[in-house]
Design a protein around this ligand. Structure first.
Ligand SMILES: Cc1cc2nc3c(=O)[nH]c(=O)nc-3n(C[C@H](O)[C@H](O)[C@H](O)COP(=O)(O)O)c2cc1C
Length: 360
């Protein structure tokens, strides 16, 4: 299994959905960085279930415990271990042999044979608690730079939000669907409710903007910024792709329309537009980084579906009870923001643009 991400700033996540606890070990964080438990908790609260009719009704307080690496509210350069206990565990709705379509049951069963299938084990959205812990520490490092990572739910099904950057910064976390465009919020809510009532689920898209990125992040040729972000973000469950800048539409543009033309103002180069998504040759240009992430509908649904019992090798029907998000978008948003922050910090350290925890 692969449970660690990053080269100089490393995140390892651990724990299963219905085990004792989930959490993270963050290695490579410089010393002397002020971090309080409340700061990490604030980030975790954005991902917490049970906060809304649109989230899984699992009731977890998700109180984070700092086990190591922080002394008198400052990092000490050693691994930071963070633990979140699983308190509201109910395994009654999980049958090992009856495979849930669209989930990880079939592949985990085939690959590992013996695994903790309760609540999906490592394949659960609960694994992302550790990612948000790591993202919080990365965010503290980014606070010492001009960079900011902001996201919002861009689309639910075909309903598209078009907020300004100011609205994204101010409105996203004001509502439980994380829609920054007040004109679209009610429409989105109605859509999710309708689907939920039919025992079904729905997908959407997340948009991320990185403001004031430093130039020179990205290590060609294999660790280009697109490659690192793709790795980090498509490793999150339910993510089905990533689109940088103009994305797939680039293939239909003429070069003269695709290229971001360059000019000079007061000895400073600037680009006329930003279809590149803020990256060229796998390196940040200094323009805003922007990308979009498609999120599939939640696989566990109450509607009757065709599946198999993998032990008996017989066709069966399945209706999934239990506590599931009708739409994963609002709760995946802080996870995608976290993974973006982890990539920026790791690439910043690799490019010598951010301090590492190496002693000179
Ligand atoms: C924050 C978050 C919450 C999720 N909640 C659920 C859920 O309630 N029910 C469910 O079946 N899948 C949920 N998922 C999705 C599954 O984890 C994911 O679909 C599964 O691991 C299979 O992986 P794949 O979709 O990437 O192929 C969630 C994922 C994330 C990131």
């Amino acid at each position: 299994m692969s449970n660690t991400f990053g080269e100089l700033f490393k995140l390892t996540t651990f724990g299963e959905s219905h085990g004792e606890a989930v959490g993270a070990v963050i290695d490579g964080c410089p010393a002397d960085l002020e971090i309080t438990r409340d700061f990490i908790q604030k980030e975790l609260d954005k991902r917490k279930p049970g906060q809304s009719e649109f989230y899984s009704s699992r009731k977890e307080k998700d109180r984070v415990k700092i086990l190591s690496g922080i002394f008198k509210q400052k990092t000490i350069g050693s691994p930071i271990a963070l633990l979140v206990e699983n308190r509201d565990v109910d395994s009654s709705n999980y049958e090992k042999n009856r495979i849930r379509p669209g989930h990880a049951d079939y592949t985990y069963h085939k690959k590992y044979g013996h695994f903790d299938y309760r609540g999906s084990g490592r394949a659960s959205g609960r694994e992302t608690v550790g990612r948000v812990c790591g993202g919080a520490i990365a965010n503290k490092i980014l606070e010492h730079t001009p960079m900011g990572v902001y996201g919002h739910v861009k689309k639910i099904d075909e309903i598209e939000a078009n907020p300004s950057l100011k609205q994204i910064k101010e409105n996203t976390y004001d509502n439980d669907l994380r829609c920054a465009d007040s004109k679209k919020l009610e429409e989105m809510k109605k859509q999710v409710r309708e689907v939920q009532q039919k025992n079904d689920s729905i997908g959407g898209e997340i948009e991320i903007v990185v403001t004031s990125p430093l130039m020179g992040f990205g290590e060609p040729v294999f660790d280009k910024i697109e490659a690192k972000l793709s790795h980090a973000i498509t490793s999150i469950g339910a993510v089905k792709g990533i689109k940088f800048g103009a994305g797939f539409a680039s293939s239909k543009k003429l070069g003269s329309k695709m290229n971001d033309e360059i000019r000079v103002n007061k000895d400073q180069a600037f680009f006329e537009k930003n279809d590149s998504g803020g990256m060229l040759g796998g390196i940040t240009t200094g323009q805003k980084i922007h990308f979009r992430v498609p999120v599939k509908p939640t696989p566990s649904i109450g509607k009757k579906q065709q599946t198999i019992d993998i032990e008996e090798m017989k066709e069966k029907e399945i209706k999934i009870e239990g506590r599931h998000d009708p739409c994963i978008c609002p709760r995946i948003l802080p996870v995608i923001e976290s993974m973006t922050r982890l990539v920026l910090v790791d690439l910043g350290m690799l490019a010598d643009k951010l301090p590492t925890n190496q002693v000179e």
